[in-house]
Design a protein around this ligand. Structure first.
Ligand code: GRF
Length: 198
């Protein structure tokens, strides 16, 4: 299974998946990394790992549909089987969505359908969870569609919210689970334990 990554910032989830591929825990190949942020740690990580990498954004591909086509072409050129969003802050275009329908995953740092949607990213999510007085939070891996955080849920992990949690301490506890759940879920797909709709 060839993985195509889309990531905007740190790429720690991408790194966890790459590490699982290297250790053999995940029988897959990181095939290509695309970032909309030319200075991202994600692209630096891809360089270190020797994975083909591209900076593609509204700046490099300004015309309508141009960016969508470039992303799709890169995935096809690198024989991508599954697209993994790891902290990707942009919506995907219709061509990529339709060609890889049912084969695009995202990870969200809360228990969807709660605490998702537009504006619910980064610390905003953890602040909202704490403000709502939730006793637990967690991680959701879901399929990607045209909206934010609305696609079918395929895996979740739970973590407790402690009474003295700050958004930062909660985020760290959630991220630790993200790094376990993403590679584990991908491996369940590889061995056919989890079926993605075709
Ligand atoms: C993670 O918390 C993930 O749930 C969200 O964006 C963050 C990305 O972190 N979608 P990283 O770039 O993988 O470190």
């Amino acid at each position: 299974m060839n993985i195509g990554f889309l990531a905007s910032h740190g790429g720690s989830n991408m790194q966890a998946i790459i590490d699982a591929c290297k250790s053999g825990q995940l029988k897959a190949t990181p095939a290509v990394v695309i970032s909309n942020n030319g200075d991202s740690t994600t692209l630096a990580r891809a360089k270190t790992e020797g994975i083909p990498r591209y900076y593609m954004s509204g700046k490099t591909h300004p015309g309508p549909g141009e960016l969508d086509q470039a992303i799709l072409d890169a995935f096809l050129r690198h024989s991508v089987d599954i697209v993994v969003l790891a902290g990707y802050m942009k919506k995907l275009g219709p061509k990529t969505l339709s060609r890889f329908q049912g084969k695009i995953l995202n990870i969200h740092p809360a228990l969807l359908p709660k605490f998702g949607g537009e504006g619910m990213y980064g610390m905003n999510v953890h602040k909202a969870v704490i403000a709502a007085g939730e006793r637990e939070s967690g991680v959701t891996i879901h399929l990607v569609d045209e909206q934010y955080d609305t696609g079918a849920i395929i895996a979740q992990a739970r973590v407790p919210v402690m009474p003295d949690d700050t958004p930062e301490t909660l985020a760290a506890r959630v991220l630790e689970q993200e790094h376990l759940l993403y590679p584990e879920t991908l491996q369940r797909i590889v061995i056919g334990e989890l079926h993605l709709p075709s």
